[in-house]
Design a protein around this ligand. Structure first.
Ligand code: SAH
Length: 249
């Protein structure tokens, strides 16, 4: 999958995308990430990317011309059957695990990082397929949100994680074709590693017993309890089996 990121801070991405799984996926050719400096698409001497808002008010707005030029150039480079132009914005639809799964089927995602008060609305109207928000808070720029998108989507691509079952069991693992987290998902179970006894805190006996059925039931119980405690909203619509209800007590 190709990620094209349009930003006024290209160096921002040197760190976040050069580690761990996202870095390995690039090295192995499973994903390609291209960073586009919005200033390269300006035509004036000062490389101006922003301007004052019509109608007055605080802050600056990213101008339409450089963004239109950037997106058109990226789109013209190749013809791809499935690609989307995505604007990161707090006004967007929430980007959650089901959306990450849907976007992982794309061949190309063109990500626009806003700054200041955001981007000129004509960019959204004419070029953007999806407006996405990573959560109900306001960041100072779309770069962090773009990194969140790239990370969450990349780890779902075939061949990226060695053990694909880790995706199936983890937090927010949703039932197939779910469009919302509320369609039913629970959080991950607790994990332990060596030592067995750390300053008197022991690993639960059940994990050492070697009985896979018992381990599985215990994990399900713990996952349900954690979900009930921290994210009861997720359980509201989940269909729990009789066994699950029993485990929750
Ligand atoms: N005036 C805007 C906020 C602009 S914040 C408003 O009130 O809605 C500046 C930029 O940061 C945005 O253009 C967007 O690209 C990015 N950003 C801020 N919060 C975000 C969020 N929750 N999700 C995704 N992008 C976000």
């Amino acid at each position: 999958m190709d990620f094209d990121i349009i930003t006024i801070f290209p160096e921002f991405f040197n760190g976040p995308l050069s580690h761990g799984m996202v870095f390995q996926a690039q090295k192995r050719g499973l994903i390609d990430i291209r960073i586009h400096d919005l200033r390269d698409f300006t035509t004036d001497r000062h490389k101006t990317v922003d301007d004052r808002p019509f109608g007055g008010g605080a802050g600056m707005v990213l101008k339409p011309e450089p963004l239109f030029r950037a997106i058109r150039k990226i789109q013209a480079e190749r013809t791809l059957s499935s690609r989307k132009v995505i604007l990161l914005t707090p006004q967007g639809k929430r980007f959650e695990q089901p959306q990450a799964t849907q976007f992982s089927t794309l061949h190309q995602a063109i990500l626009i990082c806003g700054r200041y008060e955001g981007v000129d609305e004509r960019v959204t109207q004419c070029l953007v397929d999806e407006e996405l928000s990573i959560g109900d808070y306001v960041l100072s720029g779309g770069e962090l949100a773009a990194c969140v998108f790239v990370d969450a989507v990349t780890r779902l691509l075939p061949g990226v994680l060695n053990n694909s079952s880790s995706v199936i069991n983890e937090s927010f693992a949703v039932i197939e074709n779910a469009l919302n987290l509320a369609d039913g998902c629970i959080l991950d179970y607790p994990h332990y590693t060596r030592p067995e006894d750390f300053e008197g805190e022991r690993v639960p006996d059940v994990l050492l017993c070697g009985d896979h059925k018992r381990v599985e039931r215990w994990r399900r119980k713990k996952a349900l309890e954690k979900t009930l405690k921290n994210r009861p909203d997720l359980l509201q619509y989940a269909t729990l089996s009789e066994d699950d209800k029993q485990l929750l007590g």
